[in-house]
Ligand binder design. Sequence first.
Ligand code: PSV
Ligand code: MN
Ligand code: MN
Length: 426
Amino acid sequence: MKIQQEQVFENNKKNLKNHEESYDFLANKLSKDGHDVSKIVSELSDFQVAIPSWALGAGGTRFGRFSFYGEPSSLEQKIDDIGVLHSLTQTAGAVSLHIPWDIPSDYAAIKEKADALNIKFDAVNSNTFQDQKDAAESYKYGSLSNTSKAVREQAIQHNLDVIKIGDKLGSKALTVWLADGSCFPGQNNFQTAFQNTQDSLIDIYKGLPDDWKLLVEYKPYEPNFYSTVIQDWGASLMLANGCGDKAYTLVDLGHHLPNSNIEQIVSILQLKGKLGGFHFNDSKYGDDDLTVGSIKPYALFLIFNELVYGMQNNPQNPDLAWMIDASHNVKDPLEDLIQSLEAIQEAYAKAMLIDQNALKAAQIDNDVVKCQEILQGAYRTDVRPLLEKARLNTGGALSPINAYRELNVRGSLISERGKHTVATGL
Ligand code: PSV
Ligand code: MN
Ligand code: MN
């Protein structure tokens, strides 16, 4: 299944007039308010988010999994699906692979396919949270933190292998997320587990090519429910600092205890030049991995406010690796990803409308009411015509969800691949 540019163009026709009217109205108003509208639109067109290979099939819980049919069952098919997303949204120009779920059988062919669809290989993810077939050692009691040297060595070697795989594809970052921790008090010595993890990460870091980054992802709980070795941004930052300049903290929105102030974490990490990457999703309770912006869109906007501020004011912080890390049980995964991409773009566009100078002046005056008015004024603006314009300028669909349905993408995938397919991954 490949969407032709011509199909998108035809599909846009019927909505073009409506779009032009709403865009002109909004652009006029924003220009009068002093915004550089074409700059905002081109920033939106440039903003690309990696799609994780494991989000293309229906998710599941430990209680069950309900297929959406026509799911990709090979890496080639996963790249094809991202091609569909990218044709419609022009925002999904990258893929993030999870190894060993996505080991390419033919590197040249995979690269060629991704190139043809304009898809880059973003951060590669290692997996030491599952035992692999025929592996000598088990990760049941941890990987990089394990008390057994043999287990730690196997996990280190896996990460070095993942770097090699990513290198062949053009990736420039390794993301490490560990399930390591303990389920019961007394099970682990916290200090030993942390020190083992640091030493193991340093060994991995030594194998990192010069132009690569090591992204250390944190998460407070699950699958371990008493303690997790890399539980929060502080632990991640300590470990990154212990490795060196090419190691950074990765923030996954779902990896915080309820009510954590994620925007503040993001802000301070950028100040210290240590925010390396981002996993977008949304949640009500824990690591729910729901569609981005579906539960707390205002929190997402506040995070983007800090990200925009950091991108403008913190040259010490590198460009970020953006990725969606969502998956659930009840939506067509491609529709879910389209909605997530739209929510990310919307939050980004609204954050770009914040008058940073006026906000700074109001902060200095301690005009608390004005500060809130400035933020919420931007948040309440319906920026969707700007997103439409950004997509239109780059050959995307005015309404990706409607186009996806009208072009019967899922139906075509089912007739190509069959009904009972299973995507590799969780
Ligand atoms: C863990 O919950 C996580 O967020 C990590 O990023 C993993 O790599 C990903 O989910 C997929 O399991
Ligand atoms: Mn994640
Ligand atoms: Mn997660």
